[in-house]
Write a protein that binds this ligand. Structure first.
Ligand code: 9MR
Length: 351
């Protein structure tokens, strides 16, 4: 049995569905494409709004559904930014993903200072009830938990050290999913995390933990519909092609979808030449997406911004030569880069 046959058999797929990476791009149905949108930029830059309208099927409020934005004052829920982006998306006929109901970061100071299990559970449940209810029927997919898996997990220590893990233990995942499902039974509920794609035992452990967490939810009858792969891809690191394909097979066995949720390319170690960087980024994104699609069609492909003018990568991964990072499909003047041509293979014109 060839490796491909084994994957086909394991995934329970007809061989027509499992395509070689090169064939995949021309044969898949269009996959909804979208981007995260930052409210400050959305308000300030009409070209940014236009790019969201032109290119996206899906909009994700980048920061405005985080606790820091909604819960800066413990006594109230501030939906100003989220409402604006949700309103824009709906007026343009776009779908919405919600990011994120539980995360150990982007918390207001008062949430970091919670001190008892009862307090954490009360706040978490109250938050999810209120936020999911407000956007019920509007936000169809939620990143219910974000980055709950330990960065480099040790055996027996799968969970990331956060206020939620400290006060509630691993049950925080279950509480979050159970609450979201209770409030909006029609919503698609996703476990979102980063680095499922590098070679090495740490990443393999992360993939296994993600699957175990979802299996555990399903065993308890708690709905989970997919795993979100952030896919902040490092241009200087290889992809674990076999690991990714096997991950897709295992997702299939659990009847879970995959979504690409925060795609961009970290190019800080690449040479300065712009054409070289853009080619490398496009090729990496193409290889990554072809690998995923060769086994499992993502429910959505979402980039973490659209234009190189606005990206977290520039500040978080500064280049030694001080040149601007080029992580996204449009350049700083909103012109499509080679990466957009790669994304177009999935976005449009497939039979
Ligand atoms: O891009 C986001 C940046 O503007 C925020 O300041 C930061 C903290 O809220 O979050 C960034 O987005 C992160 C996302 O929510 C989760 N995955 C990693 C992203 C990049 O840091």
């Amino acid at each position: 049995m060839t490796r491909r046959d084994a994957l086909v058999a394991a995934a329970g797929l007809g061989s027509a569905v499992l395509l070689s990476p090169t064939a995949a791009s021309s044969a898949v149905r269009p996959i909804p494409f979208g981007s995260a949108a930052q409210i400050e930029t959305f308000r300030a830059d009409p070209r940014y709004r236009q790019a969201l309208a032109t290119y996206c099927d899906v909009i994700v409020p980048m920061n405005d559904l985080k606790w820091e934005a909604i819960r800066h004052d413990r006594a109230l829920f501030d939906f100003a930014g989220a409402d604006e982006l949700v309103g824009f998306a709906r007026s343009q006929g776009k779908a919405l993903r919600g990011h994120a109901l539980l995360w150990g970061e982007a918390l207001p100071p008062w949430a970091r200072e919670m001190s008892t299990r009862a307090e954490a559970e009360r706040e978490l449940v109250d938050h999810i009830e209120t936020v999911v209810d407000r956007y019920k029927g509007q936000i169809e997919t939620w990143d219910v938990v974000n980055e709950v898996i330990k960065f480099d997990p040790l055996p027996g220590e799968p969970m990331r050290d956060t206020i939620w893990q400290r006060l509630l233990g691993p049950a925080h995942v279950e509480i979050a999913f159970r609450t979201a499902a209770r409030i909006d039974p029609k919503a698609r509920l996703v476990l979102n995390d980063f680095n499922f794609e590098e070679p090495g035992p740490g990443t393999a452990a992360r993939r296994k933990i993600a699957l175990d967490l979802c299996r555990n939810l399903k065993d308890k009858g708690i709905p989970v519909h997919g795993i979100g792969m952030q896919a902040h891809l490092y241009a200087d690191k290889p992809l674990d092609i076999d690991g990714l394909q096997n991950f897709m097979v295992e997702l299939g066995k659990l009847d879970l979808d995959v979504e690409i949720t925060e795609l961009d390319v970290i190019d800080w170690k690449l040479p300065a030449d712009i054409a070289t960087r853009d080619r490398a980024a496009a090729s990496l994104v193409g290889t990554f997406l072809d690998t995923i699609v060769s086994v499992r069609r993502p429910r959505a492909i979402v980039t973490w911004g659209l234009s190189d003018r606005y990206s977290w990568v520039h500040e978080t991964f500064p280049r030694k030569d001080k040149a601007r990072a080029r992580p996204l499909p449009l350049d700083a003047d909103f012109k499509p880069k080679p990466m957009m041509a790669v994304l177009d293979r999935y976005r449009r014109s497939q039979s």
